[in-house]
Design a protein around this ligand. Structure first.
Ligand SMILES: [Zn+2]
Length: 258
């Protein structure tokens, strides 16, 4: 197992030369999931990639407006395709202090009652405790299959194979404590401010959380298979409230750092 872990390390760009950055400034990296040819989950007339981007852009503007001495770096600010490794590279090269990946959840087409499945959840890196969390990570990681030579690039990591996920159990992420604090603040705010059902803070093996060398969370705003949730997430008011919720967690993170 140790050998497997060591073999996988070179593909993670944690040792890349850091760009000079203003040491007094905190850098928040926002990662709107998917983009371009990678649509993410699509249902009820909505594309996940568009919801993720709309909320991330609002959040970026709020952070710039309300927080002094904070830089925001976006992995993408338009409808372009990026690999998971490229997202992690952007975050690591920017020497980010916090990485926040924004997504929309879905459940298997065969799941009964999926149209009424609802709620927000925020993930930190870890080994899934149940099959539901595992499925979310598998779906989000499966975007690497869009890359032709993903098996070489990701050192044999196969998003659809259970055994690939052992690496996340072994990764004692240095920043897990802070990641959990940010995840809890974001989760609570999505319930209080955005009125989302509370699905709690969870752990699962998301490649992009593993490859970033900073506190990192992955937000699942709500479910695209639920028509009411889609209506909310694609409305101006919904985008605003979701962005405000995530802003609250970022504000608390910045307060802890100052
Ligand atoms: Zn996604």
């Amino acid at each position: 197992m140790t050998i497997l872990f060591i073999c996988l390390l070179p593909s993670v760009n944690v040792c890349a030369a850091k760009k000079d950055k203003d040491k007094d400034k905190i850098t928040i990296v926002l990662d709107p999931g998917h983009g371009g040819k990678d649509f993410g989950a699509c249902e009820n007339g909505a594309y996940e990639k568009n919801i993720n981007l709309a909320v991330a852009k609002k959040l970026r503007d709020m952070v710039i407006k309300e927080l002094k001495d904070v830089d925001v770096v976006m992995t993408r600010a338009s409808d372009v395709y990026l690999t998971l490794q490229e997202r992690a590279d952007v975050a690591n090269d920017a020497d980010g202090d916090l990485f926040m990946s924004i997504h929309v959840n879905s459940v298997d087409k065969k799941t009964p009652g999926r149209q009424s499945t609802k709620g927000s959840s925020v993930y930190v890196l870890g080994l899934h405790k149940d099959q539901d969390n595992m499925k979310v990570a598998m779906r989000e990681n499966s975007v690497i299959e869009l890359e032709k030579d993903y098996k070489e690039k990701y050192s044999g990591f196969d998003p659809s194979k259970d055994e690939s996920y052992i690496i996340f159990e072994m990764a004692q992420k240095r920043n897990l404590g802070e990641s959990i604090r940010v995840a809890s603040d974001a989760q609570n705010a999505m319930v209080d401010i955005a009125g989302r059902a509370n699905r709690g803070v969870r752990q699962a093996g998301f490649w992009v959380l593993w490859a970033t060398s900073m506190p990192a969370v992955l937000v699942e705003l709500d479910f695209i298979c639920n028509p009411n949730s889609v209506k909310y997430m694609t409305s101006e008011a919904g985008e605003d409230e979701l962005a405000k919720s995530l802003l609250k967690a970022i504000k608390k993170f910045v307060e802890r750092r100052n």
